[in-house]
Design a protein around this ligand. Structure first.
Ligand code: C2O
Ligand code: CU
Length: 468
C-alpha cells in the first residue's frame, strides 16, 4: 500500500522519504520554523479586543517539495496566536468557509458555557459565530480547535488549531523570556502520516486512535530556528490527535517546567524529559547561555529530532532562575462538598465514560458554582476482561471544560511536581486513578471527555450543567 506506517519514525518503502532521518537538517532541509502571527486586535478601544478567525481550505508544503491539502484559520494550516490580557473584553468573529459545519472551542479558557465552542455552538457552512467574554484567570498558554461532534478528530488532523496566550500582570513581572518568536517560542507538536503524493493519511482504525510517523512543529517537519544564547522559553502544546509525546533535548540537557496547562506553577521544576498527552501544554525554560554562535541543540519529540535550535550568539534577556514563580491557592480537601467518579473504559471505537457514550441531548449531572467537588478519574480499560490481544488496555486523557482543576493524587500518592499547578487535561495510563478537585465559577453546559480525539468522536464524552 502506498501509505505510511503508523509507527513513530518508520515508513515503508513506498512512502515519502522520512525527512526526520535527514542528518543535518540546517544544511539539508533548511525549513525555518513557522511562527504563527499574533492575531490583530481590530478594536481601537484599549479595553476591548476584537478578533476575526476564518476557517478555510489551504495547501501547505509540509514535506519538502510536495503540496498537501490542509485546513487553517486565516491561512493554510493551523491559525494565528491570539494574545489576550486579563480583564479585557474579548469579541471573536469566527467565520466558517468550509463546506461542513464546525465549532471552535477555547481549550483552557474559563468562559461561560454558551461561549465555550463545544459541540452545541455549531457554526454551519458559510455562517459565523461571535462569542464575547472577559477572561479572569491567571496567565496561561491555551489553544483553540474544532469540537464538532464526530468530526473533531478529522478537522484537527487536517490542520485546524491554534495557540492562545493569555497574559496578566504577575506573569509580566517575573522577568521571564517574553519576546514572542525570539526567546519565547510557540511549539505546537503534532504527528501526522502522509501518502506518497503528499496527502494526509488518516488512519483511525487503530486501538489508540490516529497516530502518524511524522512529527510536525507548527505545521513544518524538522524545522530549525535561530535563537539567542539566552534562556529560552518554549510553549509546548501536544496538538496531536491520539499520541502522547515524550519531549527532551538531543544532548540530554536539563530544563525547567514553569507552567502546566492552566498557567505558571509555584516554582520551576527541573527535568530532562516531559511527557505530554494530547491537549496538554507545558511551558519550559532552557538555558542556552553557554552556546556559541552556530552551536545547536535539537528538541526531540518521541525520539525524533523535531526542532533544531541554532544559536545566533546574541543575548536577549537577563533571566535569573528563581525558586518561586507564583502563588497558587490550594483548595482544601476539608471543603469538598460532593464527590463523583469517572471510569474511562475501552479502546478504538468501543469507548465510554461510566459505561455511557455521549448523547447531545442528555446531561450527566448538574452542579453549582463555587462548590468544591472531588472527582476520581480511573482508567479501567484493560481491567475488566478488556485486555484482549493488545494487552494492558489503552491510555486516555481526561479533559474538563469551564475551569482549571487541581490534581491531588495520582494512584494514591502526590502527583508529580509538574502536575501540581493548574491543569485542564490529565493523562491516565491503563489502571491509573487520578483525583482532581474542581470548582466552577461560570454557568453553562460544559464537556468532560477523553482528549484522544478518536475516542472523543466515538463518544468518550459527557456533559454537565453548572448553575448558580
Ligand atoms: Cu481540547 Cu473538549 O477539548
Ligand atoms: Cu481515550
Amino acid at each position: 500500500e502506498n501509505i505510511a506506517t503508523n509507527e513513530q519514525g518508520k515508513v515503508d518503502n513506498n512512502v515519502t522519504e522520512d525527512v526526520n532521518d535527514t542528518e543535518n537538517k540546517y544544511e539539508n532541509s533548511a525549513i525555518s520554523l513557522p511562527i504563527p502571527p499574533i492575531l490583530e486586535d481590530t478594536n481601537p478601544d484599549p479595553t476591548v479586543a476584537e478578533y476575526t478567525l476564518t476557517a478555510d481550505y489551504g495547501t501547505t508544503e509540509i514535506i519538502k517539495g510536495i503540496s498537501t491539502d490542509t485546513l487553517g484559520y486565516n491561512g493554510n494550516i493551523l491559525g494565528p496566536t491570539i494574545r489576550s490580557k486579563n480583564g479585557e473584553k474579548i469579541i471573536i468573529h469566527v467565520n466558517n468557509n468550509l463546506e461542513d459545519s464546525t465549532t471552535v472551542h477555547w481549550h483552557g479558557l474559563i468562559v461561560p458555557g454558551e461561549m465555550d465552542g463545544g459541540p452545541h455552538q455549531i457554526i454551519k457552512e458559510g455562517e459565523s459565530w461571535s462569542p464575547e467574554f472577559v477572561l479572569e484567570q491567571p496567565a496561561l498558554t491555551a489553544w483553540y480547535h474544532p469540537h464538532l461532534m464526530g468530526e473533531t478528530a478529522t478537522q484537527v488532523y487536517q490542520g485546524l488549531g491554534g495557540l492562545w496566550i493569555h497574559d496578566d500582570d504577575i506573569s509580566a513581572s517575573l522577568g521571564l523570556p517574553e519576546q514572542y518568536g525570539v526567546d519565547d517560542i510557540p511549539v505546537i507538536v503534532q504527528d501526522r502520516a502522509f501518502y506518497k503524493d503528499g496527502s494526509l493519511y488518516y488512519n483511525s482504525n487503530m486501538m489508540e486512535g490516529a497516530v502518524g510517523n511524522i512529527i510536525m512543529i507548527n505545521g513544518a517537519v524538522a524545522p530549525y530556528t535561530e535563537v539567542p544564547s539566552s534562556w529560552i522559553r518554549l510553549r509546548l502544546l501536544n496538538g496531536s490527535n491520539a499520541a502522547q509525546h515524550e519531549i527532551n533535548f538531543s544532548d540530554g540537557r536539563k530544563f525547567y517546567q514553569i507552567a502546566s496547562d492552566g498557567g505558571l506553577m509555584e516554582y520551576p521544576v527541573e527535568m530532562s524529559s516531559i511527557k505530554l498527552a494530547p491537549g496538554e501544554r507545558a511551558e519550559i525554560l532552557v538555558d542556552l547561555q553557554s552556546m556559541a554562535e552556530a552551536d545547536s541543540v535539537s528538541l526531540m519529540v518521541s525520539n525524533i529530532k523535531s526542532l533544531e535550535l541554532i544559536s545566533d550568539g546574541t543575548s536577549t534577556n537577563e533571566y535569573v532562575l528563581t525558586d518561586h514563580l507564583v502563588d497558587i491557592e490550594k483548595w482544601s480537601t476539608d471543603d469538598i462538598v460532593n464527590e463523583r467518579s469517572f471510569d474511562l473504559e475501552g479502546m478504538a471505537h468501543m469507548v465510554s465514560i461510566n459505561g455511557e457514550r455521549f448523547d447531545m441531548d442528555s446531561l450527566s449531572f448538574t452542579l453549582s458554582t463555587d462548590t468544591l467537588e472531588k472527582w476520581t478519574v480511573s482508567n479501567v480499560s484493560g481491567s475488566s476482561g478488556g485486555m484482549g490481544m493488545m494487552g494492558g488496555g489503552t491510555e486516555h486523557s481526561f479533559h474538563v471544560h469551564g475551569l482549571q482543576f487541581q490534581v491531588i493524587s495520582r494512584d494514591g500518592t502526590l502527583p508529580p511536581e509538574g502536575e501540581r499547578g493548574w491543569k485542564d487535561t490529565v493523562f491516565l495510563k491503563p489502571g491509573e486513578t487520578v483525583e482532581i478537585l474542581v470548582k466552577f465559577t461560570l454557568e453553562g453546559i460544559f464537556m468532560y471527555h477523553c482528549h484522544n480525539l478518536e475516542h472523543e468522536d466515538a463518544g468518550m464524552m459527557g456533559q454537565f450543567q453548572v448553575v448558580e
